[in-house]
Design a protein around this ligand. Structure first.
Ligand code: APR
Length: 241
């Protein structure tokens, strides 16, 4: 049966946005080469030095607003893939950028949150993250200062949408992992979850290099996502399979 008629789960990581100019985390000169996770990406870090954490995210937000940062051919190919899929299709991204949305993908879950939103830790009011967050910022609902943080999942916090994600995994017929090192759970465990379902599920990995989970995939497409994903999607649509 044509892949386009199956339920398709797409997992993306920082690698899909690399060719758009957004740095990955664990490659040479990646984000974690320049910052320590425990300084900028945990609740304890925020309590200890909120201004460092705020400036880390204000910087990434500023980068994302640079007009040079645009969706690349891999993002657009996924949007095309979704349009031609006759069954259920879901993009679960670990990325906090908005390039899938800008490329036209519709069904997207940002399991690590995104740079679009912030919230007040005191009253939980959600706000658009379209300003520089500082500890002087006063929540407009509860008037508390310094309580607003980015709506991004830090290490040790529960990722978002896990119920929806595992419900979709239960009916997944094709699992496609793109541009992730499979270092961080639970995303890195989705392939193991599917593997233990003992169902016939097509599993494809797209990366520059092999990862610790490559052995579990039916096929690994090596190379830059802007080359491998458009080619894969074009062939699917041409063959309708
Ligand atoms: N095409 C395909 N894959 C690429 C490309 C590219 N052009 N460039 C890099 N990659 C691959 C790298 O080989 C690597 O395996 O993307 C992967 C990026 O890995 P990481 O930097 O670890 O990013 P990611 O897997 O998304 O990290 C997961 O860790 O720090 C947390 O919350 C953060 O969401 C992030 C999570």
């Amino acid at each position: 049966m044509s892949i386009l008629k199956k339920n398709i789960f797409i997992l993306t990581g920082a690698g899909i946005s690399k060719e758009s100019g957004i740095n990955t985390f664990r490659e040479k000169d990646g984000l974690w080469d320049n910052y320590k996770i425990e300084d900028v990406c945990t609740v304890e870090a925020f309590k200890k030095n909120p201004e460092l954490v705020n400036s880390f995210y204000n910087e990434r937000k500023k980068n994302l607003l640079d007009p040079k940062i645009k969706p690349n051919a891999a993002h657009f190919a996924l949007a095309e893939f979704e349009k031609n899929c006759k069954n259920d299709f879901l993009v679960v991204t670990q990325n906090i950028d908005n390039l899938h949305e800008k490329a036209g993908s519709k069904k997207i879950l940002h399991m690590h949150g995104s740079l679009e939103k912030a919230y007040c830790m005191y009253c939980n009011r959600k706000i658009n993250y379209d300003f520089e967050i500082t500890t002087n910022y006063k929540c407009k609902s509860c008037n508390n200062k310094g309580m607003v943080r980015v709506d991004i999942v830090w290490f040790g916090e529960q990722p978002k949408y896990l119920n929806q994600i595992y419900n979709f995994l239960e009916k997944t017929e094709v699992f496609i992992s793109i541009g992730t090192s499979n270092n961080v759970y639970p995303a890195a465990g989705f392939i193991d979850f599917l593997d233990q379902l003992n169902k016939k599920i097509l599993m494809y990995e797209f990366n520059l290099e092999k990862t610790c989970k490559s052995i579990l995939f039916d096929k690994v497409f090596s190379g830059p996502a802007t080359k491998t994903i458009p080619k894969f999607v074009e062939e699917l649509i041409e063959k309708k399979s």
